[in-house]
Design a protein. Structure first.
Length: 311
């Protein structure tokens, strides 16, 4: 009789399991409520460049085995970045000061029903410069737009320790992208000369450059002016100590015919020295893979960075 009892017992277990599975399947809603997005909140700013997106299950799908498609990006049409059973997903390597959107689509394992969250969006944090903590900086508040710049005194002259960022019609960020704001705006020579610096400040002259040469006693001093490290400069950023606190950034340039180039490799600053016959003006340039400070002439319609010096 024992074998018969065991047979009946196991048969009952199988029937109970089958009924349970059928009941669970029957609980799949015809229409699921949307997944509940949790973090980061919509329309906030200063989110890190690595962030974990989090959401909750649809409210009416507690007993349903779900999968999620996550759509994320800064494009107009968002790509799907993962298909997961988790209720979180980490994205990294985001661009600074960029507007990102995301949404989550939930669907049951049999793919018979699905629901989509609304779009949420956020701004990543603004990139910052790597200033020298051993240097005492001052500040300049541009009265025209209230932007605040760090300043530094080198050999008795006070310079802006950040590239100018005042909006001038026709000026631009590198590649026309707002996430390049940390590098400041690029200006033509005439914009640099007449519009970039506030009252009481001016574009440096060749004499200012010559005095800096005398101060260092060599043209092999770009390392004293370049931001240290490789946050913005490409490796090896030769000799970069930023001992002066000048914190030069490699914003590159925009050529009037050939467009943008050399971000990460070159920091190029306009100097108030103009040769009308050639339609060229002087620049001072720093390079990522040597320590030489160069003086060159460039087309005045090219667009470069601007540092101002106090009058």
């Amino acid at each position: 009789m024992k074998p018969i009892r065991y047979k009946i017992f196991f048969t009952c277990l199988i029937l109970i399991a089958a009924v349970s599975c059928k009941k669970q399947k029957e609980e799949i809603p015809a229409e699921m409520t949307p997944p509940l997005l949790v973090y980061p909140d919509s329309n906030i700013s200063d989110i890190d460049t690595t962030v974990t997106l989090r959401w909750k299950r649809p409210l009416n799908a507690d007993n349903v085995i779900l999968e999620y498609q996550v759509y994320f990006g800064d494009e107009a049409v968002l790509p799907m970045v993962t298909n997961t059973t988790d209720t979180f997903y980490t994205v990294s390597g985001l661009k600074y000061f960029t507007f990102y959107k995301w949404r989550v689509v939930a669907f049951n394992k049999e793919n018979t029903t699905s629901s989509s969250s609304s779009f949420w969006h956020f701004w990543t944090l603004r990139e910052i410069q790597n200033f020298n903590p051993a240097v005492t900086y001052g500040t300049l508040t541009d009265p025209r737009d209230q932007q605040v710049y760090k300043t530094v005194t080198i050999n008795g002259k006070t310079w802006t320790a950040e590239n100018m960022n005042r909006y001038v019609p026709g000026s631009c960020y590198y590649d026309e992208k707002s996430y390049n704001e940390v590098y400041g705006r690029l200006y033509t020579y005439m914009q640099a000369l007449h519009d970039a610096c506030p009252y009481g400040w001016r574009l440096p002259t060749n004499d200012d450059y010559a005095q800096m040469l005398l101060y260092f006693g060599t043209d092999n001093f770009s390392g004293e002016l370049k931001e240290a490290g490789t946050l913005h400069w490409l490796d090896p950023n030769t000799g970069a100590s930023n001992s002066t606190g000048f914190t030069g950034l490699p914003a590159g340039y925009k050529h009037p015919q050939n467009g943008f180039g050399e971000k990460g490799k070159w920091a190029i600053f306009w100097i108030n020295e103009y040769i009308q016959m050639d339609e060229e003006a002087q620049v001072i340039s720093l390079k990522y893979n040597d320590s030489i400070v160069r003086s060159e002439m460039r087309d005045i319609e090219s667009m470069m960075s601007v540092r101002c010096i106090q009058e």
